[in-house]
Design a protein around this ligand. Structure first.
Ligand SMILES: Cc1cc2nc3c(=O)[nH]c(=O)nc-3n(C[C@H](O)[C@H](O)[C@H](O)COP(=O)(O)O)c2cc1C
Length: 389
């Protein structure tokens, strides 16, 4: 089996199971998530990553909203091994730098039973008023598979408004936010909470136990504190493991921070003992990272990985999704620039030339000239039309 084959197992057209997000996390190994990303994680991007082994997608902290069945991919996931016990970790405030292996490990025919399942969409809200959150959640409910409460946004304006990180030290409010939403939506409708770790483990413990007391079904843990920026501080896996241990296995936990390759995701999963891993910046740079590609798959960068996910497919697919869903050009341009940054741009000149493009038509022409789009009369991988590589 080559990389990426997992999404293409022949299934004879059997319908995919539609499970609650928490059951997807509990019942299968290797569940991956796209983190909430304000501005960036809109529908076309979520639909794109869903084609590359990203099983759960979070919407951005809600400012606007659209959703579609296309952001729920179909996957063959291996059933959870019975040995996945919840972690019991000691607090260790010394962070270790993340591992960067850069090495692929192709999925094996491991003999484990796989089931065909649908990906799930979770909408994130930033809120501090339980009734308002419950009302917003009720409006969104028909279109999503779960509601998430943001307790991690560190921005000053958010903190001053009493949302995001401001909730980290308000465990009673978090409990009430979750409980009121669960009461409004019914106890079966999933509500998750995304937190950051705290310098003081007692605070993390209180927050997690309060969220669970309110009825939270999933806990996502970004392994940085409120004062730690993603650029300046490596993620702290022990902090995540500690937060996860506070949940005592009552709900599945998703670990977040510094996942830029599938191997890093697996390492974080193992080290923290959680069920799922979540990436933000890694997926922006390489939407196919969970399918095992180290950089956005483009022609000749990794020609041996071409089949059946053709190398040009990813850019082509993002153009299709962005135009189909009306993504505004500056955002489409920014996404393309992130995806091409490591995979394609060799010099400052390359970058400047791309950044100067001012319209969808301009980017399309550029992609075609560079061989990143399939052309008529050629195979979808663009074999034979690749100029630069
Ligand atoms: C562009 C961008 C937007 C983000 N927006 C949100 C958001 O709306 N809600 C949220 O909980 N976290 C948000 N985050 C934080 C991420 O979800 C994630 O917790 C953080 O980036 C750490 O993951 P990473 O190391 O994989 O980037 C955002 C991060 C980025 C880079």
């Amino acid at each position: 089996m080559s990389l990426g084959d997992e999404a293409h197992v022949e299934d004879g057209g059997a319908p995919a199971e539609e499970l609650l997000p928490q059951d997807l996390l509990r019942e299968f190994d290797g569940v991956n998530a796209c983190a909430p990303m304000v501005r960036y994680g809109k529908l076309p991007f979520r639909a794109l990553v869903s084609q590359y082994e990203t099983h759960l997608v979070w919407t951005p902290m809600m400012l606007d909203f659209s959703t579609s069945s296309t952001e729920r991919g179909t996957f063959w996931l291996p059933e959870a091994s019975t040995s996945s016990a919840p972690p019991v970790a000691e607090w260790d405030p010394t962070p270790e730098p993340p591992r960067r292996s850069g090495v692929h490990s192709a999925p094996h025919g491991d003999g484990r039973r796989r089931r065909k399942v649908k990906g799930r969409v979770i909408i994130q809200f930033a809120a501090n008023d339980p009734v308002q959150l419950a009302e917003a959640a009720e409006l969104a409910r028909p279109w999503v598979d779960g509601i998430d409460l943001n307790c991690g946004c560190p921005q000053k304006w958010a903190y001053h408004e009493g949302i995001g990180c401001a909730l980290l030290r308000k465990p009673d409010l978090v409990r009430d936010l979750v409980r009121t939403t669960k009461q409004r939506l019914g106890w079966n409708f999933p509500v998750s909470v995304k937190i950051r770790i705290d310098d003081d483990p007692a605070r993390t413990h209180e927050l997690v136990t309060s969220a669970l007391a309110g009825g939270a079904d999933i806990l996502s843990v970004h392994g940085r504190t409120r004062h730690q920026s993603s650029d300046g501080h490596p993620v702290n896996p022990e902090g995540i493991a500690f937060a996860a241990s506070c949940a005592k296995g009552a709900v599945p936990v998703v670990a977040n921070g510094d996942v830029f390759t599938r191997e890093e995701g697996e390492a974080l999963r193992k080290r923290t003992g959680v069920r799922g891993v979540m990436s933000a910046r890694g997926l922006l740079a390489n939407p196919a990272l969970f399918a095992g590609y180290d950089v956005t798959p483009l022609p000749a960068i990794q020609p041996s990985l071409a089949s059946p996910l053709t190398p040009s497919k990813i850019t082509q697919e993002f153009v299709r999704l962005s135009t189909a869903h009306g993504l505004i050009f500056p955002l489409f341009h920014r996404h393309m620039s992130y995806m091409l940054e490591t995979a394609y741009f060799r010099t400052r000149k390359d970058r400047i030339a791309f950044n100067a493009l001012a319209s969808y038509a301009g980017v399309l022409d550029w992609l075609e000239e560079e061989g990143c789009m399939a052309q008529e009369g050629k195979d979808a991988a663009g074999r034979g039309i690749v100029k630069k590589w």
